[in-house]
Design a protein around this ligand. Structure first.
Ligand code: NDP
Length: 478
């Protein structure tokens, strides 16, 4: 048995090596619950003050530990312990000058978590809540998400505690240039390929890529999420939202059901929320809500494609607040400081940020008859919320499966850049659909449970973990 499963102290484990780490069976309990607790305790000792990272690892451990302990070759190679330690984390200062000539200082990071199956791949987040813990949780999730896509992409994530909101275009440009001046030496098409995330949209990607191109003196596909004009892929903008809906359609189909005529509640009004809404509307569902960090709007008449175009212009061009929707459309109401989970619906799509749907929210949704919940955002549901949905037999699609369409299409962008070709909208959409169907099938093959809906959390975790574990085993101890 590996050392993190025994009761020795961290110091004694570090001092000893493999053979002495393995302890007698009778000193162990065979119960995964106790094993998980011990493993998590050790992880927290090694990584104090990182609650989001602890939460992501806990969620994975809860569903894979029993299966993992049945695979001696993973246990003996200490795959889980190695997988929870990033390959490296790069931290750097980002200095820039604001429009009034003041010098500003932010902190930047890139977490290169695991590169066993391909170059690191994962977005950059610019938001004041960004910390190392948040980026480690996102990078950790990204490992398994990328593995699920079937494409050659390792897991990484990065960003800065910089808030683009309220900054001028020139300030954002200066910040991005300074950020890339430092990050640039650590990335590359065969090393690490960043993309966007919260606060990093088309504008930021343009400034970041432009600076990278100047620094490297080469045009390479070292970033994805680029505009079509300079190497971006068609459908990349839509991919995460569309993929979320494709996955949901697959989940409903397992119950002989479909999207047509269903009511849907969506949180967020950014990239993922907008295109999740768009695809739902196209496939016949009625979208009732959108939100931002200020509150949510509820439109009982439904947000149709015309209204959604207005929202896109509001958020992407005028950089306005979602409250303006209720002023524009009298059928809607605005609920300041609230989240939309109290609105009765068939389908729920948390598409804003982490931990935005807790155990109480889950209970409300279940009591109101929700059929399926699909995580467009990363880890939007707390552990209690996930448990509640799974226990209640709600079709619950976890982020690493549901929102993998974004990174999958980034992978398709990389492929097009490397081959110096462009695929049509239809070609990319067809590949995205096929990848989402394949991810769904993998989840079912590892997460099917007799007499209950598939446990997609378990299925996604084991399927993703297995691919990376096999690659690590094949590549030796490192
Ligand atoms: P955007 O920046 O485009 O939009 C984020 C949305 O979430 C905005 O409506 C924002 O509101 C809201 N939001 C942000 N922070 C909070 C908060 N603390 N409380 C409530 N609302 C908040 O980001 P994306 O749409 O790209 O990303 C959304 C989620 O999807 C993230 O979890 C991201 O990691 C995940 N994701 C994104 C992918 C992509 O391709 N874009 C791929 C896979 C996952 P406000 O404007 O007020 O800040």
């Amino acid at each position: 048995m590996p050392p993190w499963l025994c009761n020795t102290t961290l110091a004694s484990v570090d001092a000893a090596s493999t053979e002495s780490d393995f302890i007698a069976e009778d000193a162990m309990t065979a119960e995964p619950t106790a094993d998980i607790e011990r493993f998590m305790q050790r992880l927290k000792e090694r990584n104090p003050h990182e609650p989001e990272f602890h939460q992501a690892v806990q969620e994975l451990s809860e569903t894979i530990m029993g299966w993992y302990l049945d695979h001696d070759r993973y246990v003996n190679a200490r795959i889980l312990e190695r997988l929870t330690e990033p390959d490296r984390i790069i931290t750097f200062r980002v200095c820039w000058e604001d429009d009034s000539g003041e010098v500003r200082i932010n902190r930047g990071w890139r977490v290169q978590f695991n590169g066993a199956i391909g170059p690191y791949k994962g977005g950059l987040r610019f938001h004041p809540t960004v910390t190392q813990s948040v980026l480690k949780f996102l990078g950790f999730e990204q490992i398994f998400k990328n593995a699920l896509t079937g494409l050659p992409m390792g897991g990484g994530k990065g960003g800065a505690n910089f808030d683009p909101k309220g900054k001028s275009d020139r300030e954002v440009m200066r910040f991005c240039q300074s950020f890339m001046t430092e990050l640039g030496r650590h990335i590359g098409e065969n090393t690490d390929v960043p993309a966007g995330d919260i606060g990093v949209g088309a504008r930021e990607i343009g400034y970041l890529f432009g600076q990278y191109r100047r620094l490297s003196n080469a045009w390479t596909g070292a970033m994805t999420g680029k505009a079509f004009e300079y190497g971006g892929s068609l459908i990349r903008t839509e991919a995460t939202g569309y993929g979320t809906v494709y996955f949901t359609r697959e989940m409903l189909a397992t119950q002989g059901d479909g999207l047509d005529g269903k009511t849907a509640v969506i949180s967020g009004s950014g990239n993922v929320a907008q295109y999740c809404a768009e695809k739902l509307i196209e496939l016949g569902s009625k979208v009732l809500t959108l939100s931002d960090s200020g509150g949510f709007v509820h439109d009982p008449d439904g947000i149709d494609l015309e209204k959604l175009e207005w929202v896109k212009a509001l958020k992407n061009e005028r950089r306005g607040r979602i409250s303006a929707y209720a002023e524009q459309y009298p059928s809607a109401t605005y609920h300041a400081g609230q989240r939309p989970w109290g609105v009765t619906c068939d389908l729920a799509f948390p598409c804003a940020t982490q931990n935005e749907l807790d155990g109480d929210d889950a209970k409300t949704l279940i009591d109101n008859g929700v059929l399926a919940v699909a995580e467009g955002a990363n880890m939007p549901t707390t552990f209690a919320g996930v448990q509640a949905f799974v226990d209640a037999g709600v079709l619950f699609g976890p982020a690493k499966a549901v929102n993998a369409g974004g990174v999958a299409t980034s992978g398709l962008e990389q492929a097009q850049n490397a081959m110096r070709i462009r695929w049509t909208r239809e070609e990319v959409d067809a590949r995205l659909l096929s990848i989402m169907q394949d991810i769904h099938a993998k989840c079912v093959s590892f997460g099917a449970e007799r007499g209950r809906p598939t446990n997609y959390v378990k299925g996604a975790n084991i399927a993703g973990f297995q691919r990376v574990a096999e690659a690590m085993l094949a590549q030796g101890i490192s």
